[in-house]
Design a protein around this ligand. Structure first.
Ligand code: FAD
Length: 352
């Protein structure tokens, strides 16, 4: 059978793009090696509408947020399980300066920030010497459920190759791709951080960003909020556990979990939590990050049947739904891709 597209990678990007293309009537085959520490499988699945220490609105958030709610809700309906939770982030201020900054920003952005102090409601769970603020709405996505369910669906419909893709055994010419006897018209790389070694796309300005998290049992705290203390968030995870993270490490010596992260995070938890906790797991992964902080989407200027949907960095959960739809519309009817994310902006570099 001949496919329209091979999609390399079934993380968040490969899954959402595959879904859009299938809905548009395209014949696709997703190739994925099932790496347990892929970025999407280690991520917290959090969409925070404000970003950084200064809590400025995330880029394009007014459009990305409704698109994310729509897409994840539709996936939830299809698989018969709610996979998007609209919630809030209880921001536990770490200093009086932090608190003042929140107050200032909240007076500018009442849509997402509320400076009303909820210490009374949470002080039996956390040490809150500087009070709290609230970021709302935030989204929490059950990514494990989405990825596992979609892997099974693709497999059951003959649209999954549980394998490692290698370019050496792939023959690509204009309008035709052949890999291990499988033929397609085009190929789209959704291979996460592995793309920075892909000869078609390694020239894009990739950067390194390792993240570590702890998976923790904290039976005393309710799972209907996200809690934040500086750069560390407590986010509901699977099986009643919590995801506690994450670090951003741009100069790592190892891609594995480190004692340094574990020790630093335990020291924050000890000062923050009033209730007992138990560490269950410690995980790490590499974000598909880039210096531009905007995705890489589109087809190679010299090879128009070789595409990429990648580079989501630390914000894949908000960006992937909106741009998967946009890219699928581009593929099916030539609709434009936003210039900020189109790889057209790197045409010169990629054409060399
Ligand atoms: C610790 C951590 C916390 C994070 N938290 C958040 C968060 O809360 N919110 C948020 O928005 N983002 C978060 N992110 C970022 C988010 O994970 C990414 O933006 C997003 O998941 C990237 O998805 P992807 O599909 O591009 O890549 P990946 O998830 O890496 O998927 C790529 C897939 O391709 C497969 N693959 C690669 N090469 C091959 C090959 N040759 N053959 C076959 N298969 C291959 C991999 O195994 C994998 O399954 C976090 C990241 C980390 C590391």
């Amino acid at each position: 059978m001949e496919f329209d597209y091979l999609i390399v990678g079934q993380g968040l990007c490969g899954t959402l793009l595959a879904r859009q293309l299938i809905n548009a009537g395209k014949r696709i085959l997703v190739i994925d090696d099932g790496k347990p520490d892929a970025s999407s499988r280690v991520a917290g699945g959090l969409i925070n509408p404000v970003t950084g220490k200064r809590m400025v609105r995330s880029w394009l958030i007014e459009e990305l947020l409704p698109a994310a709610i729509e897409e994840y809700s539709a996936i939830g309906t299809e698989i018969g399980e709610q996979v998007v939770h609209v919630t809030d982030i209880i921001d536990c201020h770490t200093s009086s300066e932090d608190k003042m900054q929140f107050y200032e920003r909240a007076s500018d952005d009442r849509e997402f920030l509320n400076s009303e102090d909820q210490t009374v409601a949470f002080q039996h769970l956390f040490h809150l010497p500087f009070g709290t603020g609230q970021i709302k709405p935030a989204l929490h996505i059950k990514i494990g459920t989405i990825l596992n369910n979609w892997r099974n669906r693709l497999d059951a419909s003959g649209m999954l190759a549980n394998a490692t893709f290698d370019l050496e055994s792939c023959h690509i010419s204009p309008g035709s791709v052949s890999w291990n006897g499988i033929k397609a018209s085009g190929i789209i790389f959704c291979d996460g951080e592995a793309a920075n070694a892909n000869p078609y796309f390694h020239m894009l300005p990739w950067s390194k960003d390792k993240g570590e998290v702890l998976i923790v049992s904290i039976p005393g705290i309710p799972g209907n909020h996200i809690y934040r203390h500086g750069h560390i968030s407590i986010v509901p995870w699977n099986d009643g556990l919590f995801w506690v993270g994450a670090s951003h490490d741009w100069k790592y010596e190892t891609t594995s979990p480190t004692d340094t992260f574990r020790t630093n995070t335990i020291s924050i938890i000890e000062k923050w939590l009033k209730v007992p906790y138990r560490i269950i797991d410690h995980r790490s992964s590499l974000r598909p990050a880039n210096f531009d902080r905007k995705p890489f989407i589109g087809f190679h200027p010299n090879m128009p049947n070789v595409g990429i949907f990648n580079g989501m960095g630390g914000k894949g959960f908000s960006m992937a739904p909106y741009f998967a739809k946009q890219f699928a519309a581009n593929i099916t009817n030539g609709a434009p891709i936003l210039a900020d994310v189109s790889i057209e902006r790197y045409k010169k570099i990629l054409s060399r």
